[in-house]
Write a protein that binds this ligand. Sequence first.
Ligand code: ADP
Ligand code: ADP
Length: 228
Amino acid sequence: MIILEGKNLRKTYGYAENKVDAIKNISIEIEEGSFVAVVGTSGSGKSTLLHVLAGLVKPNAGKVYLQGESLYDMNDDRLTRLRRRKMGFVFQFFNLITTHNVIENIVLPIHLDNRQVDEEYVDEIIDLLKLKEKKYAFIHELSGGQQQRVAIARALASKPAIIFADEPTGNLDAKSSQEVIQLLKIVQRKYHETVIMVTHDEMIANVADRILRIEDGQIIQDTAQKNE
Ligand code: ADP
Ligand code: ADP
């Protein structure tokens, strides 16, 4: 089943001689439960594509459908609510709240959304992401890899339909990067989550089921990978 669809997307920044066509007529379908990596050099349009698909940047043309709903045909309040309910985000800079401990960070979006925390499920995620010993630790007590695992746990905790990850290992050394990405893969598989991840790192992209290569605002390659 297709969970997310982008149709004829275009995004242009600036105007006149400063005009940049960041995304040039991209169409894409994301299969539910798949792990998709978007790769390409710096400036190729990866982040813009991710932000357009996540309802964060309105395209100049084209449509984005999440589970059949058109993101840019609803009002801002509705889109914000839909993002909270259905999307999880993992960023390069972990965006954790330093005045809160690990578990508080993980459940914060659920509380902000006035929803009930599924404690058993959250504990299971914490366990899978190897954060059990750090459950009550503060963010400054954690390594970069641990902080990113907390951010992944937070993204998963509200059981989103899809997780958007923007250079999730961009701020980590090679060893922590591999560890973080392998753990993300494990939880993705276990809960049949859909993940779309932007990375410039080919080694990291290798965990994905599918690699989309972007160049100059266009998809130049779309490869399925055998991955158990
Ligand atoms: P990538 O993520 O692959 O590095 P981006 O999507 O960030 O690529 O950028 C694609 C192009 O759009 C680049 O030429 C970049 O300079 C330009 N761009 C991105 N964001 C903006 C912005 N907010 N304003 C103007 N130009 C932008
Ligand atoms: P925007 O202001 O761009 O609409 P939202 O307020 O909808 O963004 O937040 C996007 C996501 O981040 C949601 O999942 C939301 O629950 C979460 N969120 C918002 N504020 C915080 C915060 N202070 N700490 C952690 N997560 C937050």
